[in-house]
Design a binder for this molecule. Structure first.
Ligand code: PEP
Length: 255
């Protein structure tokens, strides 16, 4: 029912030119991959050009953030409708770098998630604990709060169509991946909560991604966990070869 989903978060990397060159290469590298959802998230400046370069391919495009208002005097911000018009179908919401560096709270994540859905974008909602929270044994409680507050007000049909990315903060950009067992435990907990709060049908359709130092040599064991449906990849998504390897190795029998 859920085919693997691999999204590359380019963060603040790649000019428009570099982004287009990348997508042209990726397009030919993954042209025969029909059973993985593949998404790249360039910086805002390259969203339109990347969407054009990916047109009629099996590669989807995401923005990395949005603002929840439709339009107005919000200097520097970009709305969901603008992102959609630029050609993206997805948008990352609540990445830990946004939470840590730019003050995105669960309430803000909630507004952004609703705005994305309202404009017809699929939000990729990021949640995850810090190292201190893990060491204090608070991981599952933190995930509960982030899910409850971040997805507040969504109905089951909306939940079914969004993507949730579990990204332990201590594993992002550190080279320290969660073990498959740690990822599996967190994902099973998230799925259980989504079932409780949104019903089994919607929860079973929702893609749950793992993020945090995913590389070609650890993706297979991560997606072997029943509730890990793919990955949100940072550093290793910047290189066509490693990103393609991750896509190819993420394939498993559909759950
Ligand atoms: C991310 O940016 O979402 C991420 C998981 O980064 P990395 O793969 O580099 O840890």
């Amino acid at each position: 029912m859920r085919i693997p989903f691999i999204a590359g978060n380019w963060k603040m990397f790649k000019t428009v030119h570099e982004a287009v060159v990348f997508v042209k290469e990726l397009r030919s590298a993954v042209k025969d991959v029909a059973d993985v959802e593949i998404v790249v998230a360039p910086p805002f400046t390259a969203v339109h050009a990347v969407a054009e370069a990916a047109r009629n391919s099996n590669i989807g495009v995401a923005a990395q953030d949005l603002y929840w208002e439709r339009e107005g005097a919000f200097t520097g911000e970009v709305s969901a409708a603008m992102i959609k018009e630029a050609g993206a179908e997805y948008v990352i919401v609540g990445h830990s770098e946004r939470r840590r560096l730019f003050g995105d709270t669960d309430a803000i994540v909630n507004r952004k998630t609703s705005a994305a859905i309202g404009a017809g974008l699929t939000p990729i909602v990021c949640i995850g604990e810090t190292l201190e929270e893990r060491e204090r044994n608070e991981t599952l409680a933190i995930l509960d709060r982030q899910i409850k507050d971040g997805l507040d007000g969504l109905g089951a049909p909306q939940l079914a169509d969004i993507v949730v990315a579990y990204e332990p903060v201590w594993a992002i950009g550190t080279g320290r991946t969660a073990t498959a067992a740690q990822a599996g435990e967190a994902h099973a907990h998230i799925r259980k909560r989504l079932r409780q709060w949104f019903g089994a049908d919607a929860a079973d359709r929702c893609h749950l991604l793992y993020g945090g130092s995913v590389k070609p040599d650890n993706i297979a064991e991560l997606v072997a966990e029943a509730d890990v449906d793919g990955a949100l990849v940072g550093g290793a998504s910047l290189d066509v070869k490693s990103f393609t390897e991750i896509v190819v190795r993420s394939r498993r029998a559909a759950v």
